[in-house]
Design a protein around this ligand. Structure first.
Ligand code: AMP
Ligand code: GLY
Length: 315
């Protein structure tokens, strides 16, 4: 079997090393890959954000399976393009990837499904966002609606910081079109957990819970990062907590996808903040976490190609 992994991060290196262990795999290509993947797979230049470029690369490799690592190609429709060309691709189609591609869509979906999440408002005008912030009593998080490579959520401690965040995103357009709309939500304080499930459009398989190290500097004194390391299992996810996550978050989300007739395949990753025993959803990601994947594949004991292929085929 020929497998092409799309992406150039440490996540893709981890996925590729797990895929390379499968006896089914005769050729492994990482597009574009990185110095790490180059030690275990072929590299192929690729502009990952372009759906058609992903399809063409897969065709040139003669790929039997495409595994999409990052969010940008998913949101751009890389899986749709590969599937239309008859190539099984792991990940959601464009419609499903919107759960990560638009915070506004995701938050409204959470409310519809009844999953616990922080109260929020949506703004398209900076002045209206400012007026709202001046009327808020507690701390908030300001989030750009679109993809922003992990820089789209600004956690603030007071009104001045929040006004500055709106200014940065909506007036200075520092995140480009991603900041045309913002979500402003209550800042929650608790412990974060990353919970991944693998879906086939109808059913799901939970993976081990994990947690990443978010804040920079000793003693978590710095700003949030996209995660600088991870561990699994996190002690906070006891069997009871996992049951709560399944009942309050995963099941209602799967039911919501069915109701909207979204054939969601690939990874759905719930970014959770556990507050007083309640797992609140901070975000949906529609891909494997980075660096969570590095610990998940280290713990994985099966042939991961079976899992990825079955999910891609909806079976
Ligand atoms: P997001 O892009 O929505 O995942 O947010 C990125 C990070 O910002 C999360 O992993 C949290 O560390 C933090 N964050 C997001 N929303 C909240 C919130 N409502 N309260 C506190 N921290 C948050
Ligand atoms: N580690 C956070 C993320 O992958 O979004």
């Amino acid at each position: 079997m020929k497998v092409m992994v799309v992406g150039s991060g440490a996540r893709e290196h981890a996925l590729a090393s797990c895929i390379a262990r499968s006896p089914q795999v005769k050729r492994l290509v990482c597009a574009p890959g990185n110095a790490g993947t180059a030690t275990i797979a072929e590299s192929l230049p690729l502009e990952v954000g372009e759906a058609d470029a992903v399809r063409k690369a897969a065709e040139s490799v003669g790929a039997d399976l495409v595994v999409v690592g990052p969010e940008a190609p998913l949101v751009a429709g890389a899986v749709d393009a590969c599937q239309q060309a008859g190539i099984p691709a792991f990940g959601p189609r464009k419609q499903g990837a919107l759960l990560e591609g638009s915070k506004v869509f995701a938050k409204r979906f959470m409310v519809e499904c009844g999953v616990p999440t922080a109260p929020f408002e949506v703004f398209e005008e900076a002045d209206q966002a400012d007026a709202y912030l001046r009327s808020c009593s507690g701390a908030v998080v300001v989030k750009a609606d679109g993809l922003a490579a992990g820089k789209g959520a600004i956690v603030t401690s007071n009104t001045d910081e929040a006004l500055e965040a709106v200014d940065l995103i909506m007036r200075k357009h520092e995140l480009g079109a991603a900041g045309d709309r913002v979500v402003i939500e209550e800042r929650l304080r608790g412990e974060e957990v990353s919970y991944h499930i693998v879906c086939d459009g109808r059913r799901y398989l939970p993976m081990a819970a994990s947690q990443d190290h978010k804040a920079a500097f000793e003693g978590d004194k710095g700003p949030n990062t996209g995660g600088m390391g991870a561990y699994s299992p996190p002690p906070i996810v006891t069997p009871e907590m996992e049951k709560t996550i399944i009942e309050q978050v995963v099941e209602p989300t799967i039911a919501g996808l069915k109701k909207r007739e979204i054939d969601f395949r690939g990874v759905l990753y719930f970014g959770l903040m556990v507050v007083d025993g309640v797992p609140n959803v901070l975000e949906f990601n529609t891909r494997f976490g980075d660096p969570e994947t590095q610990v998940l594949v280290t713990r994985w004991r099966g042939d991961i190609v079976d899992l990825l292929m079955d999910s891609a085929r909806g079976d």
